[in-house]
Design a protein around this ligand. Structure first.
Ligand SMILES: CC(=O)SCCNC(=O)CCNC(=O)[C@H](O)C(C)(C)COP(=O)(O)OP(=O)(O)OC[C@H]1O[C@@H](n2cnc3c(N)ncnc32)[C@H](O)[C@@H]1OP(=O)(O)O
Ligand SMILES: CC(C)C(=O)C(=O)O
Ligand SMILES: [Mg+2]
Length: 513
């Protein structure tokens, strides 16, 4: 039978120590209820002595949740402990978390206490709190910079005084996986009474090792992991609990541990915490980042289409995300493009795919990300161009001394010849349209011109609609392109193609008659 690892969430306490984060009572309760859904075993709801508001929030959280145990942090002094006792008066399933720093740096430079004084304070406080709480967690702050034999000494004393959980925080993110594992092994092997308590790890990410250190501690025998969803917290943050949970699940074969975490709740919990704290999740963040299940290169996309396990070790739906994302862009291949068309309801032949893929790559060279609207537009453009007599080729513009424009427009005819039209106008579009008229020797009046962006972002595709009048009849034209000048010229030529096509159908009707 696999051992059970307990998840202690301190998003509402250490997480609130993230610079700029301040959660009010309602927000703490909302997050706590979600943490309960996530399957968190212990919720550290705050630091009762920090402010009357936090004491009230800690109480409100304890009243709101049913299953998880709720604790409040307290320094090793009677005042802080009394604040927790008062906050939890009359509530079941609560506990206290008392801490004092044990490292020489903190003893000498912050607390101004000797080893003996630290032990005395710790014992006094744990014994006092144990009269009120069945669950008393004790933390040796800055444990990873503490002499190992002193840690053992403190541990033995507080176990005797009534502590039920012993936590060895890597307060400043200083330790390494090997060293942290050795700390737990040492405590487990040498501490009297250790079999009566649960050992806990608490890692900060100052050197980017919070997850590696936490997992090393678990492997070495820690049965509780403390951290925050989204990895928020003081400085570089705490370990991201979702990473530890996902790792223990994905590599159950190796770690052989059970947890109470409902992985499918991770996405919702992460989003709520991000919204209420205002701390956004980086796109590349493991498990919860926007890109965590997005594949952008052709070879990966091809693999994932054939079988997701080629490039996914975790199913997005297993952590509450809807689906794998294939992000279309410059590095995508035909298989991903075809799949997206099919998902959007367009079935295309290999021949069509070949043609549209060339346009797709041209577009992708100009745009960072290709959206669904873009690829639909590509397909539609292709269809309308199939019947075109004239196609816009390129143009150049000159600004004249009087601020008018002169346009040199090149139009490709069906037979491959290029027609040039030159004209002046009071704006670039006016000059281009007059240039097209001149080149094609046609007299059309522009009745309407509209431009809108089809997709998202600064490099979005522009869609231009034009309406022209020719010999009393109205014709519409439409074109899309990332370059709006290109789209404007193409839309006008599209309308002219409709004039030409109607004229040629009249002509053939007359011949038949
Ligand atoms: C590693 C961690 O994350 S620890 C948790 C950190 N979280 C917080 O500090 C958030 C809440 N903190 C607060 O609101 C305030 O700091 C309070 C209300 C707790 C205390 O405020 P103040 O009384 O003004 O003290 P201040 O914060 O300036 O200094 C901390 C004092 O606690 C002492 N102290 C620090 N840790 C402990 C401890 N674990 N046990 C006993 N005393 C401690 C310090 O030595 C210092 O004492 P001093 O005033 O005699 O020099
Ligand atoms: C209060 C303790 C547990 C803490 O947050 C730390 O040492 O990082
Ligand atoms: Mg901490």
């Amino acid at each position: 039978m696999n051992e059970r690892v307990y998840f202690f969430d301190t998003t509402l306490r250490d997480g609130e120590q993230t610079p700029g984060v301040n959660l009010n009572q309602e927000e703490k309760v909302e997050i706590a209820l979600r943490l309960e859904q996530l399957g968190i075993d212990v919720i550290e709801a705050g630091f009762a002595a920090a402010s009357p508001g936090d004491a009230a929030a800690v109480r409100a959280v304890a009243n709101a949740v049913t299953k998880p145990l709720v604790v409040s942090l307290a320094r090793a002094n009677k005042g802080d402990i009394d604040a927790v006792i008062n906050a939890f008066t009359g509530i079941e399933n609560v506990g206290i978390h008392i801490f004092i720093a044990t490292s020489p740096i903190h003893r000498e430079k912050k607390l101004f206490m000797s080893k003996e004084e630290v032990i005395k304070k710790a014992v006094e406080c744990v014994s006092y709190a144990a009269q009120y709480f069945k669950h008393v967690e004790f933390s040796c702050e800055d444990a990873t910079r503490t002499e190992l034999d002193f840690l053992r000494e403190v541990a033995e004393h507080v176990i005797e005084a009534g502590a039920t959980v012993l936590n060895f925080p890597d307060t400043v993110g200083y330790t390494t996986p090997e060293e942290y594992a050795q700390l737990f092994q040492y405590i487990l092997e040498h501490t009297k009474g250790v079999e009566n308590v649960r050992l806990s790890c608490h890692c900060h990410d100052d050197l980017g090792l919070a997850a590696s250190n936490s997992i090393a501690a678990i492997k070495a025998g820690a049965l509780q992991v403390e951290g925050c969803v989204n990895g928020i917290g003081e400085r570089a943050g705490n370990v991201a609990l979702e990473e530890v949970a996902a790792l223990l699940e994905t590599r159950k074969d190796y770690y052989q541990k059970e947890t109470g975490i409902n992985l499918t709740e991770i996405a919702k919990t992460s989003k709520l915490i991000s919204r209420l704290t205002g701390v956004s999740v980086p796109p590349n963040k493991a498990v919860i980042g926007n890109n965590a299940f997005a594949h952008s290169s052709g070879i990966h996309q091809d693999g994932v289409i054939k079988d997701k396990t080629t490039y996914e070790i975790l199913k997005p739906e297993s952590v509450g995300f809807v689906e794998t994302k294939l992000v279309l862009g410059k590095l995508s291949g035909r298989n991903a493009l075809k799949k997206r068309y099919e998902e959007l309801g367009y079935s295309i032949t290999q021949e069509q795919l070949k043609e549209v893929f060339t346009k797709f790559k041209e577009l992708a060279d100009r745009k960072k990300e290709i959206f669904d609207e873009d690829i639909i537009a590509l397909l539609e453009t292709k269809t309308s161009e199939q019947t075109s007599t004239y196609t816009f080729k390129d143009l150049s513009l000159q600004v004249l001394a009087n601020k008018d424009y002169r346009a040199f427009v090149h139009i490709l005819k069906e037979d491959g010849s290029v027609i040039e039209g030159i004209a002046e106008g009071n704006g670039p579009i006016d000059a281009i349209y007059k240039g097209i008229d001149q080149g094609l020797n046609i007299k059309a009046e522009l009745i309407d011109y509209k431009i809108k962006s089809i997709s998202r972002g600064k490099d979005s595709i522009g869609e231009v609609f034009v309406k022209i009048k020719h010999e009393e009849a109205l014709y519409q034209g439409r074109a899309i392109h990332v370059d709006i000048i290109f789209a404007s010229a193409s839309a006008y030529i599209d309308a002219i193609n409709r004039v030409v096509s109607l004229q040629s159908s009249y002509a053939s009707a007359e011949i038949k008659n």
